[in-house]
Design a binder for this molecule. Structure first.
Ligand code: ADP
Ligand code: ZN
Length: 712
């Protein structure tokens, strides 16, 4: 199983309970899985689906989510498809045909399809290995998201009585749990309940005072990351999004009052990393499975702990740190109480009031926030502190003497002419040999390398402290350059002592219980991120389908230069290694050269077998080959096959490697273009696509370059 896990998903080990659950499913028993968001539920049916002969059916109510999951599976080389209202009848017929022909391992189905005409015969034609029911709480009227179509599922179960069922949900009170089991007639099922503790999430509550300014500062410290800001009212989401955008933080509003197309587009842009911040009412989130949301802010008080837990649960699904910040004010509490008092039914009113009180206890507790949440969900915990919430981490702050380092920083800002941003000042202080530093002659300054031993996050924190206490100021605007204020200059001249808040970096890194991040090279990470986005756009999938952030962090830390080393990275399976490995390695190579960085050995865990023998021509390559023989253009082939042109070019490359490329003279670029590209390749030292692309002033697309390279 570990081998399957690495080969198909690129992971080295199982998350808690995954292995036990998979064992149970493989033994043919029915299973119920209760696991929090981000716990890794999908793998519990995807891996058995691969291991078992036949086809696994996955029932899911969330259309947007299905597509992401299918894209992710396909990117990992697993044949998966979906049937729901988003596809045309023709596409549906194709998928059904592939399923009946045994061409698919995993088929996602919307529950309402089960009752549709002719579906029963279709099901008869399948060899079903497993039925997975995602979001299983939808079957219960007691759940918060009841779907009547889910009641059809017992039908499906009866019809396919040989296949084991695995039902999964993130939200299940004991009542809902009993309901799921009885509705599906699987009272004998093995039940797995994992802890609802999200160890990689950091919780804090702040007084709601000048909340917008606080928000801006927060968002700036999470620049370019994916963030959700929750507000109470629709109007407030729109106003806040507008003000943030004006402050240079691109944000879009989302609420149920916007028309469907706009909402869809907004979601899509968020998932594709085209807009980093969504300001939303609670209408946002269902069906959004973005693994790399890093921060969830609640500008207004949520009504219940359940909803708070669910909304904050949308951060850090990929296991990397996620931050959850709530702004609390007494006025918000009064507002909720006012609305609750309008509820006529007394029991309901009392219940709502109790839930609000629990929420307020969370906000006001001086004890561990995590403990407070888990206790609410009835979990018994030995430890009553966590080291990853505001109350555990931040006893009142005492300022410490930071005169020496402050003087160094202020001098560096002055000596470099007050014309540079934080990153460059840090480079100079740390004695970086980056091209830019050398070109500017800053390696000859007396301040060059005087803070060699301080890690960048620490330096940044000192600089932030100096900004906060007005020793430094930073221009807002396009170039956020640092300047020394009059107060700063005075302090330098008079050799005054400077007190700053103590550093939190070291503590933070040490105390993030899981999901610790590597000290990766930031610039390389940004470049890799851009490459990921470019590939994702070419293939028309969200960026996280290509590689998750954790994989990019590892790339930017270990800087692998060979496919062998690359294959040991987290999240790199066989398919992704072959499809993207070389492009990322090329990009890394440029960075290591430009920044003078050194590759580090990647720890070996589970390993992929990389063979040097030519890859076998699979059926998909053969299909492309046949169309090439009919002299179709790349575009026509892409269209006929329902693939992107980029993928077809990849097929050409693979066919070439396997020495099976037919005559493709009809695809050769025009002489003039070809010669230009050829020249660029001849001139280039490392011959990477990125280098050629730049050298030709971005005149040709990557696809055009790759095609020309095939002829070269
Ligand atoms: P859930 O459905 O429980 O909310 P997912 O199945 O979407 O969670 O998994 C959350 C994230 O964790 C995904 O990005 C998934 O790829 C990743 N993941 C799952 N299992 C593992 C594992 N064993 N090792 C590393 N990452 C994993
Ligand atoms: Zn705590």
């Amino acid at each position: 199983m570990l081998k399957l896990l690495k080969t198909h998903f690129g992971y080295d080990s199982f998350r808690p309970l995954q292995k036990e659950i998979i064992d149970t499913v493989l033994s043919g028993q029915d299973t119920l899985v209760l696991m929090p968001t981000g716990g890794g539920k999908s793998l519990c049916f995807q891996l058995p689906a691969l291991a078992l002969p036949g086809l696994a059916l996955v029932i899911s109510p969330l259309i947007a989510l299905m597509k992401d999951q299918v894209d992710t599976l396909c990117a990992n080389g697993i044949s998966a498809a979906l049937i729901n209202s988003s596809i045309t009848p023709k596409e549906q017929a194709q998928v059904m045909q592939r399923a009946s022909a045994g061409d698919l391992k995993i088929l996602y189905l919307a529950p309402e399809r089960l009752g549709s005409y002719g579906f029963s015969e279709f099901l008869d034609s399948l060899n079903v290995s497993l039925i997975a029911i995602d979001e299983a709480h939808c079957i219960s009227e007691w759940g918060h998201d009841f779907r009547p179509e889910y009641r059809n599922l017992w039908h499906l179960r009866k019809k396919l009585s040989k296949a084991p069922v695995i039902a999964l949900t993130a939200t299940a009170t004991p009542r809902v749990r009993r309901d799921i089991l009885s509705q599906l007639g699987m009272e004998q099922a093995s039940v797995f309940v994992s802890s609802f503790n999200r160890a990689n999430l950091h919780y804090s509550v702040r007084p709601k005072y000048q909340a917008f300014d606080q928000l801006v500062e927060l968002l700036q410290s999470h620049k370019d990351e994916s963030i959700i800001v929750y507000c109470f009212s629709r109007k407030n989401t729109e106003e806040t999004a507008k003000k943030l955008t004006q402050a240079g933080l691109p944000a879009l509003p989302y609420h149920a009052g916007l028309n469907k197309d706009v909402r869809q587009q907004t979601q899509e842009r968020f998932i594709r990393d085209e807009v980093p911040i969504i300001v939303a009412t609670i209408a946002f989130g269902m069906g959004i499975d973005k693994p790399d949301v890093r921060l969830v802010v609640h500008l207004d008080l949520p009504k219940t702990i359940e909803s708070y837990y669910q909304e904050t649960g949308r951060t850090g699904r990929d296991g990397l740190p996620g931050e959850c910040i709530l702004f609390y004010s007494y006025a918000d509490r009064r507002k909720h109480e006012f609305f609750i008092n309008q509820i006529e039914e007394p029991d309901e009113r009392a219940q709502a009031m109790r839930k609000l009180e629990d929420m307020i206890i969370y906000c006001q507790t001086p004890a561990c926030r995590r403990f407070c949440l888990l206790t609410y969900f009835g979990e018994d915990h030995q430890a009553t502190t966590c080291d990853a919430c505001d109350n555990c981490l931040n006893p009142p702050v005492e300022y410490v003497d930071a005169t020496e380092i402050s003087q160094k920083i202020l001098s560096a800002v002055l000596r470099t002419g007050e014309r540079f941003g934080m990153a460059h000042v840090c480079d100079v202080l740390r004695g970086s040999k980056k091209k830019r530093v050398i070109e500017l002659g800053h390696h000859q300054l007396s301040v060059f390398g005087i803070a060699k031993n301080l890690p960048i996050p620490a330096l940044r924190e000192y600089i932030e402290g100096l900004k906060k206490l007005s020793y430094l100021q930073q221009n807002l605007g396009e170039y956020p350059t640092l300047q020394v204020t009059i107060k700063g200059k005075q302090a330098l001249i008079k050799n005054e002592s400077i007190l700053l808040p103590p550093l939190t970096v070291i503590k933070k890194v040490l105390t993030r219980p899981s999901g610790t991040t590597l000290e990766y090279n930031l610039e390389t990470f940004e470049k890799l991120r851009a490459l990921r986005k470019q590939i994702a756009d070419q293939q028309n999938v969200p960026p996280f389908v290509i590689f998750g952030d954790k994989t990019l962090h590892e790339m930017a830390y270990y800087l692998p230069s060979t496919l062998e080393a690359f294959s040991h990275l987290f999240g790199v399976g066989k398919q992704k290694l072959e499809a993207f490995g070389q492009q990322f390695i090329d990009c890394i190579a440029i960075q290591t050269a430009e920044q003078n960085l050194k590759e580090k050995p990647v720890p070996r865990k589970a390993s992929l077998s990389i063979t040097n023998s030519p890859p076998q021509t699979s059926s998909t390559l053969n299909e492309t080959k046949e169309l090439l023989e009919q002299k179709l253009s790349i575009k026509e082939i892409a269209k006929q096959r329902g693939l992107s042109p980029g993928t077809i070019i990849q097929h050409l490359e693979k066919l070439l490697q396997a020495d099976e490329l037919p005559d493709i003279t009809h695809l050769k670029p025009k002489d003039k273009d070809f010669q230009k590209i050829q020249k660029a390749f001849n001139k280039s030292k490392n011959k990477t696509l990125t280098a050629i692309f730049k050298q030709l002033d971005e005149e040709y697309s990557y696809d055009e370059l790759r095609l020309a390279r095939i002829f070269l």
